[in-house]
Design a binder for this molecule. Structure first.
Ligand SMILES: Nc1ncnc2c1ncn2[C@@H]1O[C@H](COP(=O)(O)OP(=O)(O)O)[C@@H](O)[C@H]1O
Ligand SMILES: [Mg+2]
Length: 365
């Protein structure tokens, strides 16, 4: 069993809490994606598992063993970096063998396992080349090969695709998913790219400013973000967030009054937002807005972006905030500067408090 458990882990650099009270359990065989903006503490968290950073508070465990005081080489994890970190003077074969050589594996077994891994990753034709004679994608494959060659307890991958071009990134991320699935090795995969996270992770742990925001399966994270940070970070672009106040109307209906108009709430949402005048943030994804004459919100078209199958219409509201409306390419496109009304799909509304926490729907009793 090689689960990885962070228990109330904190790491400081001077006054900065790079990782702040992190508790997170990565299951045996799981591919967990650590997602968040640059500087949120992803690399620091990963390096503490690898033993490259000292843990200030709390414990990190690999399998059943707390590893806070275990030397990096005795942790039996393999790290893959954005920068590949290959030995330039060694051939691909020797690079692949390197972790085995360090562990005193005999020459013949070393060579056999290096060839096996090369075959798995389509690297056989390049065994005799040096890293400088490979493309970026091939180099990253060698780096992956070097991680898997000694069958470690866990893979730790830190933005391994960042240096690849877009097409190769898409292909390599599918390869990594397939490889991880086949090997069943516990993996922590760090990225700031939410598309990578959504497509790769069994679960995604979202961090911001050193703190864990939410951990959930990709679809659940997208459908039920636990706070407005997660809501806005996931999706491209993220969820629209519109400030407003609860308005309980005389007829008994509940609406969110925004600078651009009143959005009527339905069922569960209405029961959550029952405090008249309470300030709230209304969240709605671009695919749940529609340009429509009867729409609740009033805006002006700032920009129309054609993406092929879809069009993104960026509108400015009365308070100068912006919302993105996603529509199919075959729908009528509004003109720049045109005043429009925007309809909100009532069932797709999320509500957050001013400080960003989700207002929980009351479950029907
Ligand atoms: N060696 C270091 N010395 C001082 N501050 C650091 C060091 N490493 C990281 N930090 C700081 O810790 C925070 C988290 O960094 P990092 O873990 O690299 O974030 P991420 O990988 O999510 O981009 C940042 O504020 C960063 O500036
Ligand atoms: Mg990093």
């Amino acid at each position: 069993m090689a689960q990885i458990v962070f228990d109330q882990v904190t790491k400081r650099y001077g006054d900065v809490r790079a990782v702040d009270d992190l508790s997170l359990a990565v299951g045996d065989g799981e591919l967990l994606v650590l997602l968040g903006p640059s500087g949120c503490g992803k690399t620091t968290a990963l390096r503490m598992v690898a033993g490259l950073e000292v843990v200030d508070e709390g414990t990190v465990a690999i399998g059943d063993r707390v590893v806070n005081d275990v030397e990096p080489r005795d942790r039996d994890v393999a790290m893959v970096f954005q920068s590949y970190a290959l030995y330039p003077h060694l051939t691909v074969a020797k690079n692949l063998e390197f972790p085995l050589r360090q562990r005193g594996v005999p020459k013949e077994e070393r060579e056999r396992r290096a060839v096996d891994v090369a075959r798995t990753l389509g690297l056989e034709p390049f065994l005799g080349r040096k890293p400088g004679q490979l493309s970026g994608g091939q180099r990253q494959r060698v780096a992956l090969g070097r991680a898997i060659v000694r069958s470690p307890k866990a893979f730790l991958m830190d933005e391994p695709l960042s240096n690849l071009d877009a097409a190769l990134r898409v292909q390599t991320r599918a390869d990594i998913v397939a490889l991880q699935q086949r090997l069943g090795t516990t993996t922590i995969y760090v990225t700031h790219d939410q598309v990578e996270a959504m497509t790769m992770g069994h679960r995604i742990a979202v961090m911001d400013h050193g703190r864990l925001q939410q951990v959930a399966a990709p679809q659940e994270l997208y459908d039920r973000p636990g706070n407005s940070f997660v809501a806005a970070f996931l999706g491209s672009p993220g969820m629209n967030l519109i400030g407003g106040r609860v308005a309980v109307e005389a007829e008994g209906g509940t609406a969110i009054r925004t600078a651009a108009g009143d959005v009527l709430l339905q069922g569960a949402q209405a029961s959550v937002a029952s405090h008249h005048e309470q300030p709230v943030v209304l969240g709605v994804r671009p695919e749940h807005l529609r340009i429509s004459p009867g729409g609740a919100l009033e805006g002006t078209v700032l920009l129309v972006e054609l993406l092929g199958a879809e069009t993104q219409v960026i509108c400015e509201l009365a308070d100068h905030s912006r919302v993105v409306v996603r529509q199919q390419a075959d729908q009528a496109r509004p003109r720049l500067g045109e005043p429009v009304r925007i309809a909100v799909e009532p069932a797709a509304v999320h509500l957050f408090t001013e400080d960003g926490s989700r207002l929980e729907e009351k479950t029907a009793a």
